[in-house]
Design a protein around this ligand. Structure first.
Ligand code: CDP
Length: 567
């Protein structure tokens, strides 16, 4: 087993290790990895001992970690192991409050939920009791938000939601502005559901129609650019709303016959059908290297083996999972979607001494993700031969190509907690700072940290001393330190020193070979302009990204999810 960092041990003790009724820890991290490995191998019949050993080695050496609910709940009674869910909302109180109840149950079990509110009739529309009028999607989102606040996920962390409203809904302006106030709807990430038709209307300065989903009648016509400007203004000010590109998402819907993809999970990395869930896992790229002849290179053989084992691990979870609702079980086991992604990309680049802001990094991102996708698909194909194709395979886009065990294989999640457990950088994000304060979500306590690879490199170059340590602790960066060469500065550039173009290019490079989606925050310096934000959002659509999230430094005090780790 790999040695764990102090931070990792702390997080495990706080939220992952099993406690008795008095709240006393009754599990060590090693026992947690054994519990998870044993459970995930328990469907392997006569090969279960073999796979238990292999899964244990995989996770305890921090080469791969599954999403948090699997680490927390595997092997426990009625263990719910998935991070991502989507629930339907149709235009009736019955549907609204049924999904609200189901969302509460999902949050309680550790999962996050995504919803598209666009089927709801707008505010002040007719309702059947003639004396009254409707409240509209934003009012119901507020109810969902309040419920989320009081159902802490599995008692361990704050619940998370994605709320989407499509760009042609009559309440879209209210929705776009709904998070202007720091405290409002704080347990939601919100995104506008964007279509290609709308982007063309913006680019050609055309009118845009808002349509009542109940009557299908046009209720308002306005300039597409005025809506665009409102989105940009609010996103510039608060980071919300993000965008989801619904047409792009649906072009790669693996099961279009089962319905259109209308929403994603909370951080955007998995588009899902109604009631569908997905489990995620991430390969720690900083462990996929070999040191030979004085330098590091990628260990493609280890990476390949890790991918094959990880796909098997994630597929087993679908078989072993405890499903909260029969409907969730039905669609999830029909499509068997999994999302294998990565963490530690920035650390891998640092080890290889490749600047994040370089063509070389982008080429490597494509090469790496292409490899991960190809091997993931091979692994899923092998599983199909061994265990059978996923039940809806005949109804899917894969039927013309290859047998598959899983409708999708790859997603790039934010890895907000598992990258801390693995002691590496988040997802495909650059380092946010070389030294920084981390604010605990639950206890609000701050800790300072200096990046270990940075300290190691400085020691190697005989540059490490107290003065440098103090400067870096204060500034978080080395950009103003004269004694450090430009080449070294380029390798250690932090998030806000990286032009937005490179943030987007990395997202594009990874998205190219990711069948689900890539969750990434485009972190921007405070002096970024609204024009920049507009360009970023347009470029995201042109690059065929499935969604986009920005965050301008200092623009919101209380941040949700992955952003809150970056304070
Ligand atoms: O690192 P960890 O496995 O805990 O999660 P992540 O990669 O940061 O987030 C993956 C997914 O878990 C998110 O997209 C959400 O669907 C879900 N999640 C959640 O429900 N609640 C949170 N507080 C964080 C994540």
């Amino acid at each position: 087993m790999n040695t764990l960092s102090n931070n990792a041990i702390q997080i495990l003790k706080d939220r992952y290790l099993i406690k008795d009724k008095e709240g006393k820890l009754i599990e060590t991290p090693e026992q947690m990895f054994r519990r998870v490995a044993k459970f995930v191998a328990s469907c392997e019949n006569e090969k279960s001992t073999f796979y238990e050993r292999n899964f244990y080695s995989l996770i305890s050496n921090l080469k791969f970690l599954p999403n948090s609910p699997t680490l927390i709940n595997a092997g426990c009674k009625n263990g719910q192991l998935s991070a991502c869910f989507a629930l339907p909302i149709t235009d009736s109180l019955d549907s609204i409050f049924t999904s609200l109840k189901n969302a509460a149950l999902i949050h309680q079990s550790g999962g996050g939920t995504g919803f598209n509110f666009s089927k709801l009739r707008p505010k002040n529309d007719l309702v059947s009791s003639k004396s009254s009028t409707s409240s509209g999607p934003v009012a119901f989102m507020k109810i969902y938000d309040t419920a989320t606040k009081y159902v802490k996920q599995g008692g361990k962390r704050r619940g998370a939601n994605m709320g989407i409203l499509n760009i042609d809904h009559p309440d879209i302006e209210e929705f776009i502005s709904s998070k202007s106030n720091k405290k409002s709807i704080e347990n939601f990430n919100i995104s506008v559901g964007i279509t290609d038709a709308f982007m063309n209307a913006v680019n050609n300065d055309l009118d845009w129609q808002l349509i009542n989903p109940r009557t299908k009648k046009v209720v308002k016509t306005l300039a597409a650019q005025s809506l665009w400007k409102l989105i940009v203004k609010k996103a510039w000010r608060t980071g919300d709303p993000g965008l989801v590109f619904l047409d792009t998402i649906n072009k790669s819907n693996p099961t279009p016959n089962l319905g259109r993809l209308e929403t994603t999970n909370p951080c955007g990395e998995v588009p899902l059908l109604d009631y569908e869930s997905c489990n995620l896992g991430s390969i720690n790229l900083s462990k996929m290297i070999v040191y030979k002849a004085n330098h590091y290179s990628i260990d493609w053989d280890t990476l390949s083996k890790t991918i094959h084992l990880a796909i098997r691990f994630l597929d087993n979870i679908i078989t072993l999972n405890h499903y909260i609702l029969p409907k969730i079980k039905a669609i999830t086991t029909s499509n068997r979607k999994i999302g294998l992604g990565v963490m530690g990309w920035a650390e891998l680049l640092i080890l290889l001494e490749i600047p994040y802001t370089s063509k070389e990094a982008l080429n490597l991102a494509e090469q790496l993700m292409k490899f991960i996708k190809t091997e993931s698909y091979k692994a899923s194909e092998n599983l199909a031969k061994e265990r059978g194709v996923f039940p809806e395979w005949k109804n899917s886009i894969h039927v013309h190509k290859t047998q598959m065990r899983n409708a999708t294989c790859n997603s790039i999640a934010p890895t907000g907690t598992i990258s801390v457990i693995a002691d590496t950088s988040y997802s495909i994000e650059p380092l946010f700072a070389l030294a920084y304060k981390r604010v605990g979500i639950l206890n609000n306590q701050t800790q300072t940290e200096i990046n270990k690879l940075f300290v190691k490199k400085m020691k190697q170059l005989s540059l490490w001393n107290l003065e440098l340590e103090n400067t870096v602790l204060k500034a978080g960066s080395i950009k103003n330190i004269d004694s450090i060469s430009e080449a070294i500065k380029a390798i250690f550039k932090t998030s806000l020193e990286i032009p937005w173009q490179y943030h987007l290019l990395h997202q594009q490079a990874f998205q190219k070979y990711t069948d689900n989606a890539v969750s990434k925050t485009i972190n921007l310096p405070r002096n970024t302009t609204k024009e920049d934000v507009s360009k970023i959002y347009k470029t995201a659509w042109e690059y065929k990204l499935k969604g986009i999230t920005i965050y301008r430094y200092g623009s919101k005090s209380n941040q949700v999810l992955q952003k809150c780790h970056l304070n």
